[in-house]
Ligand binder design. Structure first.
Ligand SMILES: [Zn+2]
Length: 216
């Protein structure tokens, strides 16, 4: 059975029900699997969702969520649910929104840098709270300071334009489109409108092992 990835359909769905389909343990850590989940499994440079599940007047906390092939493992502490049991899922909203904001800001930054410098191509994204960045291959045709100023101005412009973030599917691959920027394949959680990102500032540009890293 393949888990239905509800987090792909709605970033703002923080509560839902699901049926427990399997229980397991790996290296002393207990996990359960569900028929459908609103918990984002860590991946693609985006941290795991956290939260709680409630069932039969009991509670367990979901500490880490990871992909396992076509399934999702919810590593938990507290009372174990039973296989076949209907449980109520609650995602930590603050954590989810911070992750969706940071991840969406990374897409925007990648699109702006690629659009501003013809040879630059985003090759890696890291959207954790302890220092987010996007790494590019290619050449910066200007000084770092000039690049930072230009990119920050375009970030500000794009966010204040309140462009929507649209999700579509092409050949079975989920596509994300932000305003006028080219769409990209991605399975992460995104804001519905660039306005929700708030404010993003590139703080540092650094050359690292043949790549150029933009920290934000
Ligand atoms: Zn994404």
């Amino acid at each position: 059975m393949t888990v239905k990835k509800m987090y792909e359909m709605d970033t703002y769905l923080f509560e839902s029900e699901a049926v427990v389909t399997a229980l397991g343990e790996e290296e002393g850590k207990k996990f359960f699997q569900l028929d459908q989940s609103i918990f984002y499994p860590q991946g693609g440079g985006q941290p795991s969702d956290t939260g709680t599940i409630h069932f039969d007047a009991k509670e367990a906390s979901v500490d880490f969520v990871a992909k396992d092939g076509e399934e999702i493992r919810h590593y938990f502490s507290g009372e174990p649910p039973a296989i076949g049991e209907v449980v109520e899922l609650v995602v930590d909203q603050k954590n989810r929104l911070e992750n969706a904001n940071s991840h969406s800001a990374g897409h925007l930054l990648a699109s702006i840098v690629e659009g501003s410098f013809s040879t630059m191509k985003a090759v890696k994204g890291y959207h954790f709270p302890n220092g987010s960045y996007i790494e590019f291959e290619g050449q910066l045709e200007v000084e770092k300071e000039e690049a930072i100023a230009l990119v920050n101005q375009k970030l500000c412009q794009a966010i204040s334009s309140k462009w929507p973030v649209e999700i579509s599917e092409m050949g079975g691959v989920r596509q994300i489109a932000m305003g006028p920027f080219p769409s990209v394949a991605c399975g992460g959680t995104h804001v519905a409108n660039l306005e929700q990102i708030g404010r993003v500032v590139v703080t540092k540009v650094k050359r690292k092992k043949g790549r150029i890293r933009f920290s934000y």
